[in-house]
Design a protein around this ligand. Structure first.
Ligand code: GLN
Length: 453
């Protein structure tokens, strides 16, 4: 199995650029260790299953750069908790996957290692499409069968949006379900690791294998990890699914509206009750996300100074060394976030922007709390449209940020969200529907997701 995937990487990766660093030797070594357990009754939940790892996860003795030039040559001496849990269950590492630099982006066009290409094409066209972002390497690799599943991270939609663009399943677990230890930080109060897989069942198995309480991450929850796989196939009879009217945004493409209706009728047919709900502060989610996320990013990225990690540029003194390193090491999108973040945190602007955004965040969370008093899960489209062409939005950051309109609310409220492939656009490319659940109730998402996929 591992060899077959390594062969597929060898054949297709040059065209897709999904892997920034395949690790064939390590993969074969791990696969042999799994083979040795065959028939012994030993072995974990993922024994011998070849996976791709987003380059945001620190992997011991394997280069980890978050696809930023500033982490050039950084080889961690430690393993992230999530990947350590995967290896403990017998999974095999095929290599490190491409992503937007420091996970900032929605199209995988900000990586220092170049753009990732979506394996899908519009009907009758050869023009490359983006695989979504920031976990574009993960989504492209799973869709192109270059791994059986991939790790990913989601701060504002980076698991769910790329999954929607590639016809794969993407789950952002509840904040605190997984340890963030050893994952390169973007915005610490929003970041969460989750799987991109081909099926809902695979996502349940992967999450079950890596979710854990970790004393090294004080925000990880000390809760038992349920048998997620058992939830898959339990159906939706007795569940009430909410449809938030505020997500019916102006100018929504008719095909997205139709997809949403299709999802509603599938759930109804399967025995769920459907109910309209209101999330009145939805329209403030995107602007407040783009204050909170850059604020935390500007603080997290202060550590890249040319001394402790990766790249170091020459300077006449220590200050100019810092400046030259950060000038050369960060790409344009990352610099934009650092500037916005520093601005909204500075004296005089903190109250007007950052504090205000945090208050809005509380209101968004309350909207969900209220909705979940009467419904068990919420169904929305994952994205406002299908995968767009490479280069189409990269010149206009605001246009790019609008992609996150249906996904950021979930991170702001710390809830679990899952994108499930639900149909094709008029262009013949994948579209996804998003399920949002109560905190620590991923099981309901697996139940409803299985009905839709
Ligand atoms: N596209 C969003 C951003 O650029 C979300 C990224 C993410 O979830 N990591 O901030």
């Amino acid at each position: 199995l591992t060899q077959a995937h390594l062969d597929a990487i060898e054949t297709s990766n040059a065209a897709l650029n999904a892997y920034v660093l395949p690790t064939p030797e390590r993969a074969l070594e791990m696969a042999k260790a799994s083979d040795a357990k065959l028939g012994t009754g030993e072995g974990g939940a993922l024994e011998g299953i070849p996976l791709g790892i987003k380059d945001l996860f620190c992997t011991r003795d394997v280069r980890t750069t978050a696809c930023s030039h500033i982490l050039d040559g950084f080889t961690p001496t430690y393993e992230s908790t999530v990947t350590a849990n995967l290896w403990a269950e017998g999974a095999v590492m095929l290599g490190k996957l491409n992503n937007d630099e420091f996970a900032m982006g929605s199209s995988n066009e900000t990586s220092f290692y170049g753009d990732v290409v979506n394996p899908w094409r519009r009907d009758g066209s050869d023009a490359p499409l983006v695989p979504g972002g920031s976990s574009g390497g993960s989504s492209a690799a799973v869709a192109a069968r270059l791994c059986l599943g991939a790790t990913a991270t989601d701060t504002g939609g980076s698991i769910r949006q790329p999954a929607a663009f590639t016809g794969t399943v993407g789950l952002k677990p509840t904040y605190g379900r997984c340890s963030r230890w050893g994952i390169v930080a973007f915005a610490s109060s929003l970041d969460q690791a989750g799987p991109i897989t081909r099926t809902v069942r695979d996502a349940a198995i992967m999450l079950g294998a890596w979710a854990s309480h970790d004393p090294k991450d004080t925000t990880s929850a000390d809760l038992p990890v349920p048998d997620f796989e058992a939830a898959v196939g339990q159906g939706v009879k007795g569940l009430t699914i909410g449809i938030p009217k505020e997500y019916r945004v102006e100018g929504m493409a008719p095909e997205i509206e139709a997809l949403w209706q299709q999802g509603i009728s599938w759930l109804k047919q399967a025995g769920a009750e459907i109910k309209e709900v209101s999330l009145p502060h939805t329209k403030y989610a995107l602007p407040s996300y783009y204050i909170v996320a850059p604020a935390e990013a500007s603080s997290n990225l202060a550590r890249y100074d040319g001394v402790r990690y990766g790249l170091r540029e020459k300077g006449s003194d220590v200050i100019s060394m810092y400046e030259n390193t950060r000038e050369a090491g960060f790409g344009a999108e990352v610099k934009r976030r650092i500037l916005i973040g520093t601005y909204v945190l500075s004296a005089g602007y903190y109250d007007a922007y950052y504090l205000k955004a945090q208050k809005v965040r509380t209101l968004i969370k309350r909207d969900f709390d209220q909705a979940f008093e009467t419904v068990d899960a919420i169904l929305t489209p994952t994205t406002p449209g299908p995968a767009f062409a490479a280069g189409e939005k990269s010149g206009d950051p605001l246009e790019m940020y609008l992609n996150d309109i249906f996904t950021v609310t979930v991170n702001m409220a710390g809830l679990p969200g899952m994108s499930v492939p639900a149909g094709l656009s008029s262009e013949g490319t994948p579209l996804g529907l998003q399920l949002i659940g109560r905190a620590f109730d991923e099981e309901t998402l697996f139940r409803a997701g299985r009905v839709i996929e």
